[in-house]
Write a protein that binds this ligand. Structure first.
Ligand SMILES: NC(=O)c1ccc[n+]([C@@H]2O[C@H](COP(=O)([O-])OP(=O)(O)OC[C@H]3O[C@@H](n4cnc5c(N)ncnc54)[C@H](O)[C@@H]3O)[C@@H](O)[C@H]2O)c1
Length: 229
């Protein structure tokens, strides 16, 4: 395909653990191809660094990571407000995601850390990206605690039980003194809001909620939608 001369740009939407090899093939190809790669860029820091370095050697191509949360209407509005300066200097970014478990993927690749990079990479890269965007700074310290408490414990693939965590608290400190906090629970179908984001500056606060598509507002995570609506 790359040799054919038929395409100018490539979208990479394969499983996370395949991104590195595909990215390097395209970036190092003699013909230029712009790239949109689905998040996460790669599953390891080393691979991300190698891809970034390779991309810098190719000023003739654009490589973009598809961090689509930035473009969801409520989040895009939040970004506009923060960037307008209305909040002053951002001090705290709090993100809560209380949702349903990971969906099934082709060949169940997302059940294992070695394939996805782990829950905090696979799903939460969106939130760490937003924290960094809102804080307008880079992270310098991370504190986290997570566990496998509920999900996927009864699943077995090729003799192996999934090893991805299903809940965590994460605090990120940024180099300008701002802090971000993520509260993740992936066995919380009963949540009113699947995701809640708040940004607090020294002179104001803004918050938004992203409703889950199933509208589970209250109650047990084992009861169907009609019970709650
Ligand atoms: N909101 C988001 O930003 C969002 C949402 C879902 C998925 N994603 C990302 O999109 C990517 C794909 O996820 P998905 O949910 O579509 O997974 P999926 O398992 O549903 O589909 C992956 C597809 O890639 C194909 N594939 C596997 N290995 C390949 C290879 N080496 N080369 C080419 N194709 C290959 C599979 O046959 C399958 O059709 C992942 O990186 C995932 O993290 C992003």
């Amino acid at each position: 395909m790359l040799d054919s001369g038929l395409c100018d740009a490539v979208i990479i939407s394969s499983p996370n653990m395949t991104h590195y090899e595909i990215l390097m093939d395209i970036i190092n190809h003699r013909k230029p191809h712009h790239i949109l790669v689905e998040k996460p860029l790669c599953t390891t820091v080393q691979h991300c660094k190698e891809v970034a370095e390779a991309a810098q050697q190719r000023p003739d191509i654009l490589v973009q990571v598809g961090l689509e949360y930035r473009y969801m209407s409520p989040v895009a509005k939040l970004i506009d407000i923060v960037k307008s300066g209305t909040l002053g200097q951002v001090r705290m970014v709090a993100i809560r995601e209380h949702r349903l478990p990971f969906l099934v993927k082709v060949n169940n690749w997302n059940r294992f850390n070695c394939n996805s990079g782990g829950t905090l990479v696979e799903k939460c890269c969106h939130f760490f990206d937003l924290m960094r965007l809102f804080a307008a700074a880079n992270p310098v310290r991370v504190m986290a605690s997570g566990a496998i408490d509920v999900n996927h414990k009864d699943e077995v693939y090729d003799g192996k039980v999934p090893d991805i965590i299903d809940n965590a608290y994460v605090i990120v400190e940024f180099d300008n003194g701002s802090r971000g906090m993520l509260d993740l629970c992936m066995f919380a179908e009963g949540s009113k809001n699947e995701q809640e984001i708040s940004v607090v500056g020294d002179i104001g606060k803004v918050q938004t909620q992203l409703y889950d598509v199933f509208h589970f507002y209250f109650g047990s995570n084992s009861l169907p939608k009609s019970t709650f609506c």
